[in-house]
Design a protein around this ligand. Sequence first.
Ligand SMILES: [Zn+2]
Length: 260
Amino acid sequence: MGNLIPDKIKRQAGLLFHMGRKYTCPFCHYSSRDLKPIGIDVPVLQDKQVVGGGKRFGGCYKCGSYDRERLVYAFLKEKMKIFDNGNEKSILHIAPEHNLSKILLEFGFREYICCDLFAPGYTYPKHVLNINILNIPYSDHTFDLVICNHVLEHIPADMRAMKELKRVLKPGGSAILQVPISKNSLVTYEDFSVTEPKQRVTVFGQSDHIRIYGQDYVNRLEESGFKVNRINISREFIHYGLNPDEDLFIGDRQLPSILR
Ligand SMILES: [Zn+2]
């Protein structure tokens, strides 16, 4: 009998059912009393208390946006005030999330470059360029802002990628550098000999991850030359449907000391 009900009606009924006042999605403005379960339940992610990964209530029932995408938007809008201070910024967005990217694209920043490392069998929006994060084809000091949300945990040479991101930032510019991170591990766990997707799920929690960052993630960013600000705005903007445990890692490229 259930199969006779059209999907559109099921969807509308679902949206009515979850409607509420606790959360409002900043992308589609749907207000809900709860969030959709997302992610997969893998023991290693629970054991290591990985924030930003694993099964959790973090999806918008209407547009499908994730908690981590809304967190970056909350920071850009509410803290950086990126939409209040003109559109003069140059932005590089690595592996752009759909909803966030749409808003940034439509705002008309001076430069808004989206890129990804194209994988066979996938299609990408036409404004996304095929770029390897280890070799970004832009000169030094090009961007005011880099957004790199849940990318580095896929990259074996992550510190080379960090240095490359820093290279293309202008002095005084900032990079948003989010990764899944273990709350209870001081040290990052990585093992490049684990290559089978199924094995990676067991060991790292996802088929294309090659490490689980520990609390020393900040040290890696600092060793790559960033001045790191680790901040939590998730509790302040919890109505966006954010994970209260998820911190932001903002890497600043400092101005030369003579200008500070
Ligand atoms: Zn939404």
